[in-house]
Design a protein around this ligand. Sequence first.
Ligand code: IMP
Length: 209
Amino acid sequence: MTHHEDNDTDTEQPAPAIPDETRADGVARVLIPERDIQHEVQAIARELDGEYRDDRPLLIGVLKGAASFLVDVMKHMTIPVEIDFMAISSYGASTTSSGVVRILKDLDQEIVGRRIIIIEDIVDSGLTLQYLLDLLRRREPKDIRVVALLKKNKPNAVDVQVDRVAFEIPDEFVVGYGLDYAEIYRNLPYVAVLDPEVYSEASVKAEPE
Ligand code: IMP
């Protein structure tokens, strides 16, 4: 394993490629290490390769959280595959999902008759995914499969279609590997739990909307 810090010369250290404050400050503990994520990513890519060999599936990701996961899965797939992204914004409070979403960027293409694979970052309440599935089903694709990196263990989550989950996690707020807190931490190569101080500092600073 290589780290930016692993540099055994006496000369002045080069600036790290990613500033420290966006890398580890505020991270209380690593929940899923990079190697475990990459192992699952490769397993998922192999499964999709096997199941969509002659179908040129369309991987759909919701920006921005699913970007890392979608790109990594895509890179490990060997069959012809297309990708597309949607951007949505939730109405309501920022920390809980209302399930009512507004489309900020729609797909670039029609999906009638296509085989769709939704690549999700995290299923929390499940409401966002439920809304997205309803929306895409109305466009009459051939079929839709849902692959999620993370699924929170939440008893009151809605019963929504998820076909493949890489990791089930406790009901805690997580960051990294695409997931953010206030737009920070997406570039961590692992999934982590934040130090509660990060939230309390932010809540002191934050202005109510
Ligand atoms: P849901 O509608 O409650 O399932 O929420 C789905 C969306 O909320 C995800 O796609 C994320 O963007 C965001 N989200 C939910 N839980 C977390 C978390 O623990 N960390 C970061 N983002 C989260």
